[in-house]
Design a protein around this ligand. Sequence first.
Ligand code: MG
Length: 253
Amino acid sequence: MIILKSPREIALMRQAGQILAEIMERLRAFVKPGISTAEIDREVEAYLESRGAKPAFKGYRGFPATVCTSINEEVVHGIPAATRRLKEGDIIGLDLGCVVDGYYADCAFTLPIGEVPPRVQELLDVTRESLERAVAQCRPGRRIGDISHAVQEHVERHGFSVVRAFVGHGIGRELHEDPQIPNFGEPGRGPVLKPGMVLAIEPMVTMGGWEVRILPDRWTAVTQDGSLAAHFEHTVAISDNGPDILTRADQGS
Ligand code: MG
């Protein structure tokens, strides 16, 4: 069942989303060669606490950290560790979630560490663009399949692959609500979008094949073929006027 949110609920989710947007900005400066993923995790947890928000992922089905840190061939759900230090030329996916007064927001982005080859930068650019194209579909009357198709079409046109095993999701009082939002599919199919729906849209894209496997830590998903992967995510409310991105920094007035 897809739960519609009231304006009051969306306002709380926007508060959570704005905190995540602030953290994303800070991490752009903080994340650099030599830093460990555990340091990133501590930085994010301290910031959430300073803003009065709770981590969404820590303890979720036993996940042990505040941020998912997924390096290179790791697609999603990488676990921060003091022994994992970033190197020049790596890429890192950072997936962040928080809760404000019982309401969740969820976002992710992938950063290059120093210089990366042009095709790797293209992977990041195309994945981010595919999210933007998906968000543009978030209007009353469109369907979930329109979001899915927008991602798949853009990604595959550039010679990359869309991960099948993980999907976007509704979000609200729970981190994961209905509907599921695959990053592949046919336009004009699936549930119709309505004002008050809030969706976490999250393309996961690889340079090789779409197959993934889970490491023995039971969390980290890596590409089966070892190819690099990128992940971007926003929490988006469907409004009468179209998409309302709750995890994008307010531009101010
Ligand atoms: Mg998510």
